[in-house]
Design a protein around this ligand. Structure first.
Ligand code: CP
Ligand code: NVA
Length: 308
């Protein structure tokens, strides 16, 4: 029997695999738009563990399973009590006797690792404090659709170098884009993530640069991406973080320094009036809603690659 495969971070893929997954996501999207997907996951069930709220991840995974002929079970915080009612390892041991795959949204990334180590079936990262790989795969679809290319495209991430920024950086590195992060000194990518992303980019002809000035960071950008300054679970840090991040707000003032054709991206949920203003989020250059849709198409590829 082949060893089951988990998907906890894009950093676990090779550049070739990354491109294969992306191509497959586009193929499944085309098939869906042409009338529907083949039932590749018939009789397969995905168990979905959520320890935090979700709109996009929950619904896009559920619809992806349904459209591929399978089924998804939502397991919210009250039902599972991951690590509280029952140990993380025991949840994995039991759940993986029932289902064909587990998608989990957790606080500590180490909980995903424990789930993966104790599960007989593939474990997919639906967001941890460290990373959000499913988001990044869908986002690369969106950039390609809007810009007609990935290699050589200039992408900027402005704000908190968080879970979303981490996987976006890996995805950009695999794609050969030129990625610039404009983040406060206190909230930059860690040295390990930066070094790994730069190592990947060196193989693909891309680049990853980290600076602190948001204006300089967006000057060449064809894609400007931001996310919340206060990720789920960080609410107690809001008073400290808010003044540090205000100069990083993506608003009309900052956009004066951007190319007129730069698209705006945000993984959502948006905290309008904080990291992004209404006029920017709702601008005709906004690709935000396409991003949300592409979550579903990207996840179909992930699900078939791992569960079929
Ligand atoms: N972008 C994203 O993961 O959204 P949800 O938190 O609604 O799932
Ligand atoms: N960085 C955000 C992403 C939400 C999808 C968070 O972790 O809350």
């Amino acid at each position: 029997m082949l060893r089951k495969r988990d998907f906890l971070s894009l950093a676990d893929l090779t550049p070739v695999e990354f491109n294969e997954w992306l191509d497959y996501a586009f193929a499944l999207k085309r098939e869906w738009l042409a009338g529907g997907n083949a039932p590749l996951l018939q009789n397969k069930t995905l168990g979905m563990i959520f320890t935090k709220p979700s709109l996009r991840t929950r619904v896009s995974f559920e619809m992806a399973m349904r459209q591929l002929g399978g089924h998804a079970i939502y397991l919210g915080p009250e039902e599972i009590g991951l690590g509280k009612r029952e140990s993380v390892a025991d949840v994995a041991r039991v759940l993986s006797r029932f289902v064909d795959g587990i998608m989990a949204r957790v606080f500590a990334h180490s909980d995903l690792v424990t789930l993966a180590e104790n599960s007989r079936v593939p474990v997919i990262n639906g967001l941890s404090d460290a990373s959000h790989p499913c988001q990044a795969l869908g986002d690369m679809m969106t950039i390609y659709e809007h810009k007609g290319a990935l290699k050589g495209v200039h992408v900027s991430f402005i704000g908190d170098a968080n879970n979303v920024a981490t996987e976006l950086t890996f995805a950009c590195a695999y794609s050969g884009t030129h990625m610039t992060l404009g983040c406060p000194v206190e909230y930059q990518l860690g040295p390990d993530v930066l070094a790994k992303a730069q190592w990947i980019a060196a193989q693909t002809g891309g680049s990853v640069t980290q600076i602190n000035d948001p204006r300089t960071a967006i000057e060449a950008a064809e894609v400007i991406y931001t996310d919340t300054w206060i990720s789920m679970g960080q609410e107690a840090e809001a008073a400290v973080k808010m003044p540090i991040f205000m100069p990083y707000q993506v608003n009309a003032d900052l956009m004066q320094y951007a190319r007129p054709d730069a698209i705006i991206m945000h993984c959502l949920p948006a905290h309008r009036g904080q990291e992004i203003t209404d006029d920017v989020a709702d601008h005709s250059n906004s690709a935000i809603w396409d991003q949300a849709e592409n979550r579903m198409h990207a996840q179909k590829a992930i699900l078939v690659k791992l569960l079929k």
